[in-house]
Design a protein around this ligand. Structure first.
Ligand SMILES: [Zn+2]
Ligand SMILES: [Zn+2]
Length: 426
């Protein structure tokens, strides 16, 4: 019996990797220009890190974590998100002693035991950003500007920026009570999930997708109306900077976060192109998280983007198709051996070259060259080898020229080092 992969965990195959690499390269390029550095943390952490940071009553911790006991009896968990491990590292490595401001980004797989569906998997990938140590609303606006810049740069335009404020530890408890009071009067109209969680996590009822819950909460009090003076001023300044930067946004008072640690500014990049309205990026401020985890009382703000969803939205046909500059077609063992040497020499010089490893007919080799989209095919048969020449065919216009075999390496490098325009695939 064949061994299969794990349900909800996908292979990313060579045919689709160009889109992934493009999305990752653009993230690195853009985040770098905003002063962010990459951090790589392990995919496994102690379970208590996620219980403490994400919150015991969240869906993630309650039912979605890949938790197991290792051979020493430690409870470990495959990371369900990236913020907690980055904060653990920031605190443990005392990064704050080097610079009071840390601007970090990460890319990599995350794991959640969810029902697999399109764009949502058990191993999924996130690109995330964390800016630690700055309270000022300028950093909120900068993070949002960078997020918009990224979507623009990768050519995903069908998105809308939604922002909200979740208040702070001073003003949220009163709002929470007001919301619980409101929900208590409408308990019968709520779904069973919301009936269960309205006391422990009332904010989540606001973003429940069940229509009766949405109707029941249509007139619910909003956090924005309950912000303390400090939170209100912070949110106004964020909006002011966004206006100055000409960044379009919608204030969405029903937007809440699944994780307990968020405060003040929260945001989502929302799209309707994946069916129902979906967030392709989400984040916010988490001013209490670092001290909750035993670190210094430093504020932070960040976001994460789901790469699988970005890939779904990014039409891979828009990416320029990479063409092979040169294919070597050799007939017969001696010519094959000579072509193999030539290929190795050219590859060492940085040129992409392919050939057929087993002797096939010229026709079969030309077909293979066509599959690679080769710009040129160099033909070397027994007769050419005897005369110490090669035939170079331009695959775009079909023209051919004969070149002396000696010195052909140098000629090919000169010819092929200026890249030809790459027409988009039709
Ligand atoms: Zn507040
Ligand atoms: Zn509900």
């Amino acid at each position: 019996m064949n061994i299969t992969g794990i349900k909800g965990m996908n292979d990313i195959l060579p045919g689709e990797i160009a889109t992934w690499q493009f999305l990752e390269q653009e993230a690195r390029r853009i985040f770098h220009s905003y002063g962010f550095s990459e951090i790589r943390v392990p995919v496994v952490e102690k379970t208590e890190l996620f219980c403490r940071s994400i919150g015991e009553t969240t869906d993630i911790v309650e039912k979605e974590m890949y938790t197991f006991t290792d051979k020493s009896g430690n409870s470990l968990t495959l990371r369900p998100e990236g913020t907690a491990p980055v904060m653990r590292s920031f605190i443990e490595q005392k990064l704050y002693t080097q610079d009071p401001v840390a601007k970090l980004y990460y890319l990599g797989p995350m794991f959640r035991y969810e029902r697999p569906q399109k764009g949502r998997y058990r191993q999924f990938h996130q690109i995330g950003v964390e800016a630690i140590g700055v309270d000022d609303p300028k950093i909120d606006a900068q993070i949002l500007a960078m997020l918009c810049h990224y979507f623009d740069a990768v050519g995903i335009h069908d998105v809308e920026l939604h922002i909200n404020s979740l208040g702070c530890r001073d003003c949220r408890p009163a709002y929470r009570q007001a919301l619980i009071g409101y929900l208590e009067d409408r308990l019968a109209s709520l779904c069973s999930d919301c009936q269960r969680r309205y006391q422990t996590n009332p904010l989540r009822v606001l973003d429940c997708k069940v229509p009766t819950c949405q109707e029941a909460t249509a007139t619910a009090p909003s956090m924005i109306e309950h912000l303390c003076a400090g939170c209100d001023e912070h949110f106004s300044q964020v909006k002011g900077y966004l206006q100055n930067l000409a960044i379009r946004y919608t204030v969405n008072t029903r937007m809440v976060r699944g994780l307990d640690y968020y405060s003040k500014t929260t945001f989502e990049m929302v799209t309707s192109s994946l069916g129902s309205q979906n967030a392709v990026a989400a984040g916010g401020r988490y001013d209490g998280l670092i001290s909750d985890l035993g670190g210094p009382a430093l504020p932070g703000i960040g976001f994460a983007m789901g790469v699988e969803r970005l890939v779904l939205m990014k039409n891979s046909k828009e990416l320029p198709v990479e063409r092979l500059p040169l294919f070597l077609a050799a007939m017969g063992q001696p010519a094959g051996d000579r072509a193999f040497l030539l290929m190795s020499a050219l590859q060492k010089q940085g040129l992409c070259v392919e050939m057929d490893y087993t002797a096939k007919s010229l026709k079969a080799q030309m077909r293979r060259a066509g599959k690679f989209g080769a710009r040129y095919v160099l033909i070397l048969g027994e007769e050419e080898l005897a005369r110490q020449v090669v035939i170079l065919r331009n695959m775009d216009d079909g023209s051919q020229q004969e070149l002396p075999l000696g010195g052909v390496e140098k000629q090919l490098l000169t010819l092929l080092s200026n890249p030809a325009p790459t027409p988009a695939a039709g």
